[in-house]
Design a protein around this ligand. Structure first.
Ligand SMILES: *[C@@H]1O[C@H](CO)[C@@H](O)[C@H](O)[C@H]1NC(C)=O
Ligand SMILES: *[C@@H]1O[C@H](CO)[C@@H](O)[C@H](O)[C@H]1NC(C)=O
Length: 410
C-alpha cells in the first residue's frame, strides 16, 4: 500500500514537473525543431541558392578597433580589424507567423560561409581566424527568417604597406588590406565600396603615434570579388616636431651668430665645429629611423644642407681668423700663396670697390681699395656670411612649411 502511495506521489510530481518544463522549454524545443528541419535538406558545401548558377552578393562592413603597430622601416602595419559579412541565404528561411521565431544562430561549421581571404598579409590569410577549437565551435552565423545572414570575423591583420618617407616627419601613408573571395560566384555588392571612415572607426582606440584619418573601400580593377580597404595613417607630428625639427631649427639659428663672435675671443672655430658635430649626430639618428629606400626625404636633404653649411662656416671662420691676424703690410701676391682662397682675398683687396658695390652697397672711392686693411676685409666677410646664413635660415623655415603643406595635400 505504502508502495502504491509512494508511486502515485512520485508519478504526480513527475507529471507536474514535466508539464511545467514542457511549458518553459516550448520556445527552446521549437527552435531546435526548426533548426533540424532547416538542416535536413541543407549542405554547407554548396552556395545557398536554389539554382547553383546564381551568384551570391556579399556586403562587407569593416570595423577597425586598434592600430597595433606601423613599421615604416620594414613596410608593415598591423591592425585589429573585424569584418561583418552579410548575404542572403535562400535556403534557410521560414514562416515567422507559424512559430514566432525571428533569428536563429548556426555554428560557422554547419552552414555555408563566404570565404574571404587577405592577399597581402604576412601570416594568416583567411579572415576567419579563431583563437582555438572552442572559439571556432562557438562562433555563430545569424540567420533571420527572411534569409538575411550575417557573421563577424577578423582579428589581427599584419599586412605589407609600401611607404613613402618624402614628407617625413610630417608624413602620411595609405595602407591597403587586399581582400578577395575564394569561392566562385561570390561577389561584393557595389554599394559596399566607398568612404567607410565613420562606421569603420566608431570603436577605434587612439594610437600614440598615428591617427587613422580615412578608411575607403575600393574595387581592384574590374574584379567584383575583390575588396581593397585603404587606410590612411597620419603621423602625429608634435613629438617629432619638438624633439627633432625644433632643435635643428634652433641650432641652425645659432649658426648665424658664429660670425658675430669677436675674433679675439678665439671661440669662433670651436662653436662652428660644435654645430657641425651636432648636425652630424642628428643626421645619424634620423637616418637610423628611416627605411633604406631610394627615395630621400626632404628633411634629410635639409639636414645634409645644414652639415654642408656648417662645414663652410668652419672654413670661413678659419679664414677670417687668419686674415684678422695678418699684418696689413704683407703683400700676398709676392708670396704666391698656395691657397686659392687667399688669392681670392687678394683680388678682394685689389678690387675692393667692385666687391663692396655688390655686397654691402656702400661704394668707396676707387682709391680707397688699396687702403682697405685686413680687418675691414674680415668685417666685410663677416657681414656677407651673416646675410647668407640668415637667408639660408629663412629658406629652411620655408622648407619646413612646405613639408607641412605637403602633408595636408597628400
Ligand atoms: C505562414 O503561415 C501562416 C499561418 O500558418 C499562413 O497563413 C501564411 O500563408 C504563411 N505564409 C507563407 C508565406 O507561407
Ligand atoms: C576619404 O577619402 C575619400 C577618397 O579619397 C574621400 O572621398 C572621402 O571624402 C574621405 N573621407 C574623409 C572623412 O575624409
Amino acid at each position: 500500500m505504502a508502495k502504491i502511495v509512494w508511486f502515485l506521489v512520485a508519478f504526480t510530481y513527475h507529471v507536474f514537473v514535466c508539464l511545467g518544463n514542457s511549458q518553459e522549454l516550448d520556445g527552446y524545443q521549437k527552435v531546435r525543431q526548426l533548426k533540424s528541419t532547416l538542416m535536413e535538406k541543407y549542405s554547407n558545401q554548396l552556395i545557398p541558392r536554389k539554382s547553383l548558377s546564381d551568384e551570391v552578393i556579399v556586403r562587407v562592413s569593416p570595423y577597425i578597433d586598434l592600430l597595433l603597430d606601423f613599421n615604416e622601416n620594414v613596410g608593415t602595419f598591423s591592425v585589429i580589424v573585424r569584418f561583418k559579412l552579410m548575404w542572403d541565404d535562400h535556403l534557410i528561411k521560414w514562416n515567422v507567423t507559424e512559430n514566432n521565431i525571428y533569428v536563429i544562430h548556426f555554428p560557422v561549421e554547419e552552414v555555408w560561409l563566404p570565404k574571404m581571404m587577405i592577399r597581402n598579409t604576412i601570416e594568416k590569410r583567411s579572415i576567419f581566424t579563431f583563437d582555438d577549437r572552442l572559439d571556432q565551435k562557438t562562433t555563430y552565423v545569424s540567420h533571420s527568417y527572411d534569409g538575411y545572414a550575417s557573421v563577424k570575423a577578423g582579428g589581427i591583420v599584419e599586412a605589407i604597406c609600401i611607404t613613402s618617407m618624402y614628407y617625413f616627419p610630417f608624413d602620411s601613408h595609405v595602407c591597403t588590406i587586399e581582400l578577395y573571395f575564394e569561392s566562385n560566384q561570390v561577389y561584393i555588392g557595389d554599394y559596399t565600396y566607398g568612404d567607410q571612415t565613420k562606421p569603420a572607426l566608431q570603436g577605434f582606440m587612439p594610437h600614440d603615434g598615428w591617427d587613422i584619418t580615412n578608411v575607403t573601400a575600393v574595387q581592384d580593377g574590374y574584379d567584383r570579388a575583390t575588396y581593397n580597404l585603404q587606410i590612411k595613417l597620419e603621423r602625429k607630428p608634435l613629438f617629432l616636431f619638438v624633439s627633432l625639427v625644433l632643435p635643428v631649427l634652433l641650432v641652425g639659428f645659432v649658426n648665424i651668430f658664429v660670425f658675430c663672435l669677436p675674433i679675439e675671443s678665439g671661440e669662433r672655430i670651436s662653436l662652428s665645429v660644435t654645430l657641425f658635430l651636432t648636425f652630424v649626430v642628428i643626421m645619424t639618428i634620423v637616418d637610423e629611423n628611416l627605411p633604406e629606400s631610394s627615395e630621400v626625404s626632404i628633411f634629410i636633404l635639409i639636414l645634409l644642407l645644414k652639415v654642408i653649411i656648417s662645414v663652410l662656416t668652419t672654413v670661413m671662420a678659419i679664414i677670417t681668423i687668419t686674415f684678422y691676424y695678418r699684418h696689413d703690410d704683407i703683400k700676398i701676391i709676392k708670396k704666391k700663396s698656395l691657397l686659392k682662397l687667399f688669392t681670392c682675398a687678394q683680388i678682394c683687396r685689389h678690387k675692393g670697390k667692385v666687391k663692396d658695390e655688390q655686397t654691402s652697397q656702400t661704394p668707396l672711392p676707387s682709391t680707397a681699395g688699396y687702403n682697405m686693411g685686413w680687418k675691414e676685409i674680415v668685417q666685410m666677410i663677416d657681414r656677407i656670411c651673416i646675410v647668407v646664413l640668415g637667408l639660408e635660415f629663412v629658406c629652411e623655415i620655408i622648407a619646413v612649411l612646405i613639408l607641412l603643406r605637403g602633408r595636408e595635400l597628400s
